[in-house]
Design a protein around this ligand. Structure first.
Ligand code: ADP
Ligand code: MG
Length: 265
C-alpha cells in the first residue's frame, strides 16, 4: 500500500494573471521508504506539486491519500506529525532565533498549555547538532547566511519527527560541503529510519544519484517517472530543459553513478 497516493489531481491558482498554469492531471504514488527526486524547469509546477502532497494546497479535483486516508480527514496537528515540508528559502519577516525556528517543529506535539518539555528541548538540540548549526542557535534567523537558514529549516523538519519529508530545493543555498552533508543526512534518515523523502532539485548529478527514482515535470505535468538512470537521459533532459547534456554512467564504489554534463558550447 502506498504511503502517499495522488489520483487524477489537478490544480490552478486563483488570480493567476497569466491564467495558463494548470497542474495535472497527476497520478502518482510513493511507497513507504522510497526516495524520489523531482526535476523540471522553473514554473513547471514542482513547488505546487509538493504543496499539494503536503496538504498546504487543496486539489481542484482528484484525491490525495496518505496511508490510504484522504488528506482532508487529517487535522493540521495530525498531518504535521506525518509530513514535514521544507520550503524554498525565503527571508523570514519575523525575528525568530534559529533555536525558535527549530522548536516550531515541535508545535504539533505540545499539549494544551503550549509549554515545551525537556524532551522537546533535547530533540531540538539534537536536530541543531545534526545539521551543524548548534553554535548559531541564539542568532536571529535573519542574521545567519542563506545556507545556515536553510539548515535551520531542515533541522525543524527533523524535530517534527515525521514519516515523510518533502524538500523544495534544499541544497540551493548551500556550499559544497553542506550540499553533500544534507544529501548524506537524508540518505541516512531514509536508510536507518525508513523515512520517505521527496526532494525537488536543479542539481541533476547530486539528486540524480541520490534516489533510485526520479520524475521530470514540464508544464504542470509529470512527463517521466521511473528509475533515475532511465529517466535522466540525454534525450529526456533535452526535451524537458532544452539544453544539451552528455550523460555517462560510471562505476563508483560498486554503484553505477550518473554523470551529467551540461554544455554551453
Ligand atoms: P516551480 O516550483 O516548478 O518553479 P511553481 O509550482 O512554483 O513552479 O509554479 C508553477 C506556476 O504557477 C508558475 O507559472 C507560477 O508563476 C504560478 N504560481 C505559483 N504560485 C502562485 C500563486 N500563489 N499565485 C498564482 N500563480 C502562482
Ligand atoms: Mg519551485
Amino acid at each position: 500500500m502506498p504511503l502517499i497516493e495522488l489520483n487524477n489531481v489537478t490544480y490552478a491558482y486563483d488570480g493567476n494573471k497569466n491564467g495558463n498554469f494548470f497542474l495535472g492531471e497527476i497520478n502518482f504514488s510513493v511507497e513507504k521508504g522510497e526516495v524520489v527526486s523531482v526535476f523540471g524547469p522553473n514554473g513547471s509546477g514542482k513547488s505546487t506539486f509538493l504543496k499539494i502532497i503536503s496538504g498546504i494546497l487543496k486539489p481542484r479535483s482528484g484525491t490525495v491519500l496518505f496511508d490510504n486516508k484522504n488528506l482532508n480527514l487529517y487535522s493540521h496537528k495530525e498531518l504535521a506529525k506525518k509530513i514535514a515540508f521544507v520550503p524554498t528559502l525565503t527571508s523570514s519577516v519575523y525575528p525568530f532565533s534559529v533555536y525558535e525556528v527549530v522548536m516550531s517543529g515541535r508545535t504539533p506535539y505540545l499539549n494544551f498549555t503550549g509549554f515545551e518539555k525537556k524532551e522537546d528541548h533535547e530533540i531540538v538540540v539534537e536536530a541543531l547538532k545534526t545539521v551543524e548549526i548548534y553554535h548559531l542557535r541564539n542568532k536571529g534567523i535573519n542574521e545567519v547566511s542563506g545556507g545556515e537558514a536553510q539548515r535551520a529549516y531542515i533541522a525543524r523538519a527533523l524535530a517534527q519527527k515525521t514519516e515523510m519529508i518533502l524538500l523544495d530545493e534544499p541544497t540551493a543555498h548551500l556550499d559544497l560541503k553542506h550540499q553533500v552533508a544534507v544529501m548524506k543526512l537524508l540518505k541516512k534518515l531514509n536508510e536507518q529510519q525508513g523515512k520517505t523523502i521527496i526532494l525537488v532539485s536543479h542539481d541533476l548529478n547530486l539528486a540524480g544519484n541520490f534516489g533510485e527514482r526520479a520524475i521530470l515535470m514540464k508544464n504542470g505535468k509529470i512527463v517521466k517517472d521511473g528509475n533515475a538512470q532511465e529517466v535522466l537521459t540525454q534525450t529526456n533532459i533535452k526535451s524537458v530543459f532544452e539544453v544539451e547534456a552528455f550523460v555517462t554512467h560510471k562505476s563508483f564504489k560498486n554503484e553505477t553513478q550518473l554523470n551529467i554534463q551540461i554544455t554551453c558550447f
